[in-house]
Design a protein around this ligand. Structure first.
Ligand code: ADP
Ligand code: C5P
Ligand code: MG
Length: 253
């Protein structure tokens, strides 16, 4: 699948929206920068959260659902905070590529949830991703591999200061991810911080839009939400023109 890139034509019409391909948005940024929160806000503002999964026009997927299964030896390392979850190889990148290609081809996909407490995928908690108009894919390393990066029509980078991120990661991982303070700080110093500098931060240059301060930045979130509304409107017009080509041609003149 070669997704069509979106660009503005001379008449101001959004090019690349005439295909049935969903508009794929990548959202990256360091740990605890607010990626998941920003995506949640976008989904809320678009009224997608309380909607049945089959009806959703916009869906959000996390890269964490693509962590590799760990061997028993790796599991033991993870329990001691000695496994590097921030390295690009920690993810099943072939499966990410395949899944995004399926999504772009309008194929229904099944995505497991991730359990940080057991460091494993929850194969009994599968979410079905039905074909949608806009798909958000968020994670620390979604722009790392060129083959995956090149699939996105729009790339966002949530840019929050490192000290703020650490100050947010510590309580989050203790409260929500079953860790203790020593574990979180050691993992941060040994793996999270060096991997952020080596693998995540250099991908910021690929972003189309940088969102400083994450979810605090309501202006940036509103701009993105308006952009998605425009895409949904154009897709809707396109769909109805397929059903009523005469009316569409008439309106275009
Ligand atoms: P990411 O997905 O990038 O790791 P999260 O969205 O999980 O980041 O945010 C990390 C933590 O910080 C979470 O506990 C979240 O509730 C909290 N958080 C996110 N954004 C803000 C904010 N603007 N103000 C205060 N807390 C925030
Ligand atoms: O939501 P966030 O971007 O923080 O999720 C990615 C982070 O989750 C990585 O920085 C990684 O260290 C952490 N992680 C973890 N334990 C796992 C899987 C991921 O601490 N089992
Ligand atoms: Mg997250």
């Amino acid at each position: 699948v070669t997704p069509r890139k979106m660009s503005f034509g001379i008449n101001g019409k959004l090019n690349g929206l005439e295909s049935k391909t969903p508009f794929l948005i990548g959202v990256s940024g360091g740990t605890a920068s607010g990626k998941s929160t920003v995506c949640k806000r976008i989904m809320e503002k678009l009224g997608q959260v309380d909607m049945d999964h089959m009806q959703r026009q916009v869906v959000c997927i996390s890269q964490d659902s693509f962590y590799r299964d760990l061997s028993p030896a790796e599991k033991l390392k993870a329990e001691k905070g000695q496994y590097n979850f921030d390295h690009p190889d920690a993810f099943d990148n072939d499966l990410i590529l395949q899944t995004l290609q399926d999504i772009l081809a309008g194929v229904k996909c099944e995505i497991p949830a991730y359990d940080y407490r057991t460091n494993s995928l929850m194969k009994d908690q599968i979410t079905t991703i039905y074909p949608a108009d806009v798909v958000l894919f968020e994670g620390i390393l979604v722009f790392y591999f060129p083959k995956i990066r090149d699939l996105f029509h729009m790339k966002l980078f949530v840019d929050t200061d490192s000290d703020t991120r650490l100050a947010r990661r510590v309580p989050r991982d203790i409260k929500e991810r079953g860790r203790d303070l020593d574990y979180v700080l050691n993992q941060y110093m040994n793996f999270v911080k060096p991997a952020f500098e080596e693998f995540c931060l250099p991908t910021k240059k690929f972003a189309d839009v940088i969102i400083p301060r994450g979810a605090d930045n309501t202006v940036a979130i509103d701009l993105i939400v308006h952009h998605i509304w425009d895409i949904l409107r154009l897709k809707k017009a396109e769909n109805s023109s397929r059903q009523h080509p005469y009316i569409y041609q008439h309106r275009r003149t």
